[in-house]
Ligand binder design. Structure first.
Ligand code: NI
Length: 171
């Protein structure tokens, strides 16, 4: 397993729309394992393949306290949603920033596991927020897109400055 590099806002590669997984082979399992290791290493609660520059519809999540209940959703689709709630969100691709975002309170999702087996999951609370946040990544969307352009620009300016200091190429 290996820890992958996480792209950071405003990197344009984060705007790529991910493609569905059609072949469930060893490559998918390796990707999932590496994404899990990366998520745990960065102490995140979720990670989308888009964030590690792999443009396939794969997300991993672990909202458990002991970090031992991971969930992998491939080709996820929201089939039901209701309610609305506002939660403070952060993102490994927007490090250091936390802002309030509105999401559906309750969702029902259809997805496949790493072997291509379909399943459904109902979620509310943090898990619901996390799934919606990660699914946005697969469509090239970030939580900062829900903020005012003033706030988004301020975050971009600060991250640009940090990336420049680090000599990071964010394209
Ligand atoms: Ni994120």
């Amino acid at each position: 397993m290996s820890i992958l590099t996480i792209l950071e806002f405003p990197d344009k590669r984060l705007r790529t729309k991910a493609k569905e997984i059609t072949v469930f082979d060893g490559k998918v399992k390796t990707l999932v394992n590496n994404m899990l290791e990366t998520m745990y290493d960065y102490k995140g609660v979720g990670l989308a393949a888009t964030q590690v520059n792999v443009h396939q519809r794969v997300i991993v999540i672990d909202v458990s306290e002991d970090k031992n209940e991971h969930l992998c959703l491939i080709n996820p689709l929201i089939i039901e949603k209701d309610g609305e709630e506002e939660t403070e969100e952060g993102c490994l691709s927007v490090p250091g920033f936390f802002e309030m975002v509105y999401r559906a309170e309750h969702i029902k999702v259809k997805a496949m596991d790493k072997d291509g087996k379909p399943f459904e999951i109902e979620a509310k609370g943090l898990l619901s927020v996390c799934i919606q946040h990660e699914m946005d990544h697969l469509d090239g969307k970030l939580f900062v897109d829900y903020l005012s352009s003033f706030k988004r620009k301020r975050i971009k300016t600060k991250l640009d400055k940090i990336h420049k200091q680090e000599g990071k190429n964010t394209k």
